[in-house]
Design a protein around this ligand. Structure first.
Ligand code: FAD
Length: 374
């Protein structure tokens, strides 16, 4: 009979969230196997909140991540209404940071061991879960007390889905008059457009309807930049260059935090959000951090037991639904051109600008998550 590897926690996923969980547990009494799959992702810049910086600092991974601070966030909609958030209003050195997904993953993954196998399926039993893993033609097995799904959830069919009928066009652009440390979020009738400061350029995440995405991808560089200027306005002067453009389909997908006995889902595997307001990874890092603290405090026999799973699901519920609710609300309320709604939104943004406590409430949720609130 073939002996199967036995661990306390098996983590499926080679992305930032699975890596963060493995790193938080490394060197502890909790034995871990990270099943990373084949590296297969489109690189993109990513905005981390100041709260995520604190988590990465505790993991010892922050100082090696090249990051570009966001000190100010300027939020507006086409037409009227805007608000501005500045880090000094919250006593922080930055509201967030922009880095590259690939660099973040490399820094986190380089600090923990992983296998390039993929999780194929599993079978839960009373006291353990047995995993089937594969790599090419080769198959292997593993026994664990708990399986943590941090695999992005792409192939899981049991999740609630809202298709936003938007595609994000992602590219790096340069501008005539860049403003250091300022990130821009502009709501348009087709979807939100973000420009994030990234070294001497901007990371553009531009959500549009699928037909517009096809058209924008087909434009020459100069026509694309002219269209961007038309939608964004002249705050940065004109746009002078654009790098390769890629697209991502956008939807909200979420399922159970406990999809099966002895299984937990975290990060995108638990909830995949629209990138508006840059919440997905930040929420996923908080999932990983809280789960790690609970595992470190648990007795071995508690790990993966029904009470442990229920306690984790309860503890993440508020933050998770706040993140799902905020992003879904923003996309649905802002992505249309109905005149009465546009007026109400403009008034809402102006109101937010005029009422610092309301702005502070929203900023703290975006930076630290819902559970950090008193
Ligand atoms: C255009 C765009 C812009 C975004 N911008 C931001 C932003 O600014 N800020 C922010 O916080 N979030 C942002 N997000 C969201 C963010 O990218 C995700 O929330 C984050 O990547 C989730 O990390 P994860 O580790 O949970 O999943 P993923 O990054 O999806 O990683 C999952 C990993 O698991 C691996 N895997 C898949 N199947 C298996 C298997 N069977 N076995 C083993 N491994 C497997 C995959 O290869 C992958 O490496 C953005 C998303 C998009 C699309």
């Amino acid at each position: 009979m073939i002996e199967l590897q036995e661990v306390d926690v098996a983590i499926a996923g080679g992305g930032p969230v699975g890596c963060a969980l493995a790193l938080a547990l490394s060197g502890s009494a909790v034995s871990v196997a990270r099943i990373a799959g084949e590296a297969d992702f489109a690189d993109r810049p990513i905005a981390l909140s100041y709260g995520s910086r604190l988590i990465l600092e505790r993991l010892g991974a922050w100082s090696s991540v090249r990051s570009n601070p966001i000190q100010t966030i300027h939020v507006s909609q086409q037409g009227f209404g805007r608000t501005v958030m500045h880090c000094s209003d919250y006593g922080l050195p930055a509201l967030g940071y922009v880095t590259a997904y690939s660099e973040l993953v490399a820094q986190l993954a380089g600090r923990t061991a992983a296998s390039a196998q993929s999780l194929k399926d599993w079978k839960s039993a009373d006291n353990e879960i047995v995993l089937r893993l594969s790599r090419g033609e080769d198959e292997a097995g593993m026994r664990a007390r708990l399986l943590v799904l941090a695999d992005g959830g792409q192939n899981r069919r049991t999740r609630n889905v809202r298709d936003y009928r938007q595609q994000a066009i992602v590219a790096e652009v340069t501008a005539e008059h860049p403003r250091a440390g300022v990130a821009w979020e502009r709501f348009t009738a087709e979807g939100p457009l973000a420009l994030l400061p990234f070294e001497d350029r901007y990371a553009l995440v531009w959500s549009v309807r699928p037909a517009s995405a096809v058209e924008l991808l087909g434009l020459s560089d100069s026509d694309f930049l002219a269209r961007l200027r038309e939608i964004f306005g002249g705050r940065l002067g004109g746009f002078t260059s654009v790098g390769p453009r890629s697209t991502f389909p956008l939807s909200l997908r979420y399922g159970k935090i406990v999809p099966a006995a002895r299984v937990l889902a975290i990060g995108n595997a638990a909830q995949t959000l629209h990138p508006v307001a840059g919440q997905g990874l930040n929420l996923g890092l908080r999932d990983a951090w809280e789960l790690a603290q609970m595992l470190l405090d648990a007795a071995k026999e508690e790990i993966g037991a029904p009470r442990f799973l229920a306690r984790y699901a309860r503890s993440r519920s508020l933050d998770r639904y706040a993140g799902i609710g905020l992003t879904d609300f923003l996309v649905r309320i802002f992505s249309n051109s109905l005149a009465p709604l546009a007026l109400a939104r403009g008034a809402g943004l102006a109101g937010l600008d005029a009422v610092p406590p309301a702005r502070r409430f929203l900023a703290r949720r975006m930076i630290f998550g819902a559970r950090a609130l008193p």
